[in-house]
Design a protein around this ligand. Structure first.
Ligand code: SF4
Length: 358
């Protein structure tokens, strides 16, 4: 709910408008988990709120601290679906604020895009998340971790631009001064490359950052690993990116997962360098973390560094993250690919079914 919607509801309930700020203060500043905690509201209003509204769109099942400093949150939705959200304390290469807290947020249950290197797409998309479920991931991460969130990356499960309205509504709410007040420039939408929605995003007044999961720098290679490229080939995708850049004056980031003998060749590096130079885009190279059951392999460190040098010749900013198995490698699909398997192994279904909560 936006503040305006809450005010309208309160007025229709015969309550003064200032109650909205009291309620929003409890939700976003004080992290209240129930209406009963809102002790400066009349008891009758608290009861009515509890009857007519839902304060928690997600429910935390478990929190896990990774070997590195990331924290992973497994959330259950009202229909039982599971999603995961990750708190990343430092994000070199991902955002400009390397010393701040970033939350990697999911936008859908499942994913419809079926990238070949990603298990997330294999089962298809189950449903879009609501704006409440997106906002609540951030609110709950902040509440449970005790850390203030500075950056949001829409890089978790799902394709955010395929759930455009809810994602934009959620980001607008999170940006509002009456909620968490996170700056639009600290928000990144990562997309598989839905050209029409990128053009639509270019029209939005909010200065949101855009990251493209590129992973292939020619149509031949990209179509081989990303079926979406057949619908929106590079020419169309890059055209949409150019429009975004022209209108928004914002630097775009290309995420590029390096797959051995697939997209790590000099020819791909040259094509990638040329595309990035054309758009003045930043490039994030992410060596693939092999996953059982999928045929793709991680290139050697020497090959990754060589690839980086080839791209650098085009005078573009290119970062290479060599850490193995860290959640910073959370470019579209990699995170869920790793995490869903880990959830299966480590967070046994029994724990979930028995409702083991925080
Ligand atoms: S890589 Fe991203 S867009 Fe592709 S299938 Fe996986 S989650 Fe979907």
């Amino acid at each position: 709910m936006t503040r305006e919607e809450l005010v309208a509801w309160l007025m229709s309930a015969g309550e003064p408008a200032y109650r909205a700020d009291q309620i929003l203060g409890w939700v976003y500043e004080r992290g209240a988990g129930s209406f009963q905690e809102m002790t400066n509201l009349p008891v009758g209003l608290r009861e009515r709120l509890a009857e007519e509204m839902e304060l928690n769109a997600v429910r935390a099942l478990r929190v896990r601290q990774a070997g590195d400093t990331t924290e992973k949150f497994l959330f259950q939705l009202s229909d039982g679906a599971l999603i995961e959200t990750v708190l990343i304390p430092a994000t070199p290469g991902l955002t400009s604020q390397s010393d701040r807290h970033t939350v990697c947020v999911s936008s859908q249950v499942g994913c419809a895009y079926g990238c070949r290197f990603c298990a997330s797409g294999l089962a298809g998309v189950r449903r879009n998340l609501s704006a409440a479920e997106i906002v609540d991931q951030v609110v709950h991460v902040q509440r449970l971790s005790g850390e203030r969130v500075h950056n949001i990356v829409m890089m978790g499960m799902g394709e955010p631009l395929a759930n455009y309205e809810a994602v934009l509504r959620a980001l607008k709410i999170l940006n509002s001064p009456w909620s968490l007040g996170i700056g639009a420039r600290k928000m990144t939408i990562s997309t598989v490359g839905l050209a029409p929605q990128i053009r639509r995003l270019a029209e939005e007044p909010m200065q949101i950052r855009l990251a493209i999961s590129l992973h292939g720098a020619t149509d031949e290679v990209r179509s081989r690993i990303m079926p979406v490229n057949r619908k929106y080939p590079l020419r169309e995708l890059i055209g949409a990116c150019e429009e975004y850049r022209r209108r928004r004056q914002r630097q775009i980031t290309f995420e590029y997962i390096l797959l051995k003998d697939v997209n790590d060749t000099e020819e791909q590096a040259r094509a990638l360098g040329a595309l990035a130079a054309r758009l003045a885009a930043k490039v994030n190279l992410i060596p693939y973390n092999p996953v059982e059951g999928l045929p793709w392999q991680r290139p050697s460190e020497a090959q990754c560094r060589q690839f980086q040098q080839w791209v650098k010749r085009y005078r573009v900013a290119v970062t290479l993250r060599m850490e193995k198995g860290t959640d910073i490698n959370a470019a579209c699909g990699q995170l869920r690919l790793q995490e869903e398997r880990r959830i299966g192994a480590e967070w046994s279904l029994a724990a979930v079914v028995s409702g083991s909560t925080m």
